[in-house]
Write a protein of this length. Sequence first.
Length: 197
Amino acid sequence: MKNNNPIIVAMTGASGAVLGYQTVQSLIDQNVNVIFVCSSAARMVWKDEKLPFFGETIEKWKNTSLFKMYPNNDFYSPIASGTLKTNGMIIVPTSMNTIAAISNGISDNLIKRAADVVIKENRNLILVPRETPLNAIHLNNMAKLANLGVKFIPPNPPYYLSPKSIEEINDFIVNRILLSLEVINKLPDNYIYNEND
C-alpha cells in the first residue's frame, strides 16, 4: 500500500462469514490498518459457521494495534464522514438487503453510511454478494452500483484450478479481494492459471 490509511471491512448477515474473518486476518497479516463493522446478523452467522469465538477474535485483533471496531449504530464513528482518508471498503459477505439499501442511498446504519461515503468520495468499494438464484431486483441494484464504479467479487470457486478443499476456495477468494484492494500486486502463483499444467 502507498500509505497507512485504513481499509474498512464490514460484515453483514449473509452466509460466508468465514470470508470476512479471513479478509480481516489477511489484512492484519499484511500490516494494513483495519476499521471493522459487523452487523448483529453477521455475528449470528459467525457463530453458526463455527468460526473462532467472536469476542476472543476481536481482542486478538485489537492487540495488534492495527485494528479498530465500531458498533453498527455508531454514526459518530470517523468512517461516517468523508474527512477520514481511507483506502476503500470491502463488505464481505454482502446481503442483498445491504446492496438494495446502498443502491438507493439509504444509510440507516454505519455499514451503509460508510459505503455511501466511500462512493461519494470516489474511493474503492468492493461488495461480495451472497445470494442465489438472483432475481431482477438484485441484478438491477448491482448494475446501478456497478455504474457508479462499485466492484463486485462473487465468491465463485476457481474450478479451472481444481481446488482440493473449501479452504482453498476461500483462500483464493480472499486473495482476489486483496488484489482488488491493491494490498497485493498479483495473486500467489498457485492461484494463477497456467495453460501448460
